[in-house]
Design a protein around this ligand. Structure first.
Ligand SMILES: NC(=O)c1ccc[n+]([C@@H]2O[C@H](COP(=O)([O-])OP(=O)(O)OC[C@H]3O[C@@H](n4cnc5c(N)ncnc54)[C@H](OP(=O)(O)O)[C@@H]3O)[C@@H](O)[C@H]2O)c1
Length: 330
């Protein structure tokens, strides 16, 4: 039977306050978008989740549609909770989201109250939980009034099915409007989840400035650019890599000579810092104090261990940052 390591909270610096809230999050969170579907080996998923918890990772990120098939990552994690981690429920921040396509018909996606609240009930059932810690609107809905979507998040919190409300993929102006609505409703926005990495900087500077001003935390997804900011593709496309076996979101065609030339140069900077490229990529997003957590994915235990190792060296010298900017601009 699983028993967590007693050393898991040995590094208090591993936790950062989430905006102006009472909650701290680990510098590295684990996302279950890939490798936790019912098509994936359960024992590997279980080993990754348990090792993450042993290393102090308390935040596990889900969404209604993670799998494949959709919903099955929540079922997998529900089983891990039942069999292993559930006894430590009060040490865990568990999240889910609704907004992308989940079931057929007009209520299976986007941001209506109908869709969000039905989806949350489904997620709780799959996870075998009474509540999640954070319930996110997964994406802004151009056709539903923001008041309705935020009202649904606030209702989820008031009903006790979620402890906090979150936003994902909202641009700066909509984030500020949504934050004002949630504040008025008495359920302030805890956390925003945007994409951010060395290869995708759309959050700079405006969204990060908005989050800081609003006192909202930030957990950034795909900080390794889905594997591009690692050594994974330096010697071709391995069959067991994301691009090699599940090219829905990272296609072999995305791994161009230009991308590889850039990531090899970044790798040289990482080596000079005594880090792997993955570790430097994580330290780089965490250099902003407003970024509470870097939300990684992993296909094996060793990747989680490597990523957590990033926190041993978060500081960058001015020269290192300049060199990185030069590589990105070239
Ligand atoms: N809100 C949203 O709209 C949204 C969208 C996307 C993702 N997310 C969340 O963000 C999480 C992370 O997204 P992501 O999986 O794209 O993140 P990522 O961390 O950028 O990429 C993860 C992939 O990088 C590779 N990797 C990880 N650590 C490594 C290491 N130390 N050395 C070498 N390779 C390493 C693995 O690829 P291989 O599989 O090839 O081994 C792994 O699957 C998701 O699980 C989900 O929770 C949210």
């Amino acid at each position: 039977m699983y028993s967590p390591l007693a050393t898991r909270y040995a590094a208090p610096d591993f936790y950062r306050r989430c905006g102006r809230s009472g909650v701290k999050l680990p510098l590295i969170s684990l996302g279950l978008w890939h490798n936790f579907g019912s098509v994936d080996p359960f024992e590997n998923a279980r080993a990754i989740a348990c090792r993450a918890f042993d290393l102090g990772i308390t935040c596990f990120d889900l969404a209604n549609n993670y799998g494949p098939p959709e919903g099955s990552a929540e079922e997998t994690f529900g089983r891990i909770l039942r069999e292993d981690l559930g006894r430590w429920r009060d040490e865990l921040i568990l999240t889910t989201k609704a907004g992308y396509h989940m079931w057929p018909g007009p209520y299976g996606e986007w941001g209506s109250r109908k869709s969000l609240l039905a989806s949350l009930d489904q997620s709780l059932q799959r996870l075998g939980l009474e509540y999640v810690d954070i319930f996110y609107s997964h994406r802004p809905d151009p056709e539903t009034p923001l008041e309705e979507t935020m009202g649904a998040l606030a209702h989820a919190v008031r009903s006790g099915k979620a402890l906090y409300a979150g936003l994902s993929n909202y641009p700066p102006a909509e984030t500020a409007r949504a934050a004002a609505l949630l504040r008025e409703l008495g359920t302030p926005c805890l956390l925003h989840q945007p994409r951010y990495s060395l290869l995708d900087r759309w959050v700079e500077p405006q969204l990060l400035a908005t989050l800081e001003a609003e006192g909202i935390g930030c957990t950034v997804f795909s900080p390794l650019a889905k594997g591009l900011l690692t050594d994974r593709y330096f010697k071709g496309i391995p069959a067991d890599s994301r691009a090699g076996h599940d090219p829905r979101f990272l296609r072999p065609a995305d791994i161009t000579d230009a991308v590889l030339a850039r990531t090899r140069k970044l790798n040289e900077v990482a080596e000079s810092r005594g880090q792997t490229l993955a570790q430097m990529a994580l330290a780089w997003v965490l250099r902003h104090k407003v970024v509470t957590s870097a939300l990684i994915g992993a296909s094996r235990v060793s990747q989680v261990e490597d990523c957590v190792g990033a926190t041993r060296r978060l500081h960058f010298t001015a020269e290192e940052l300049t060199r990185i900017e030069q590589i990105l601009a070239a």
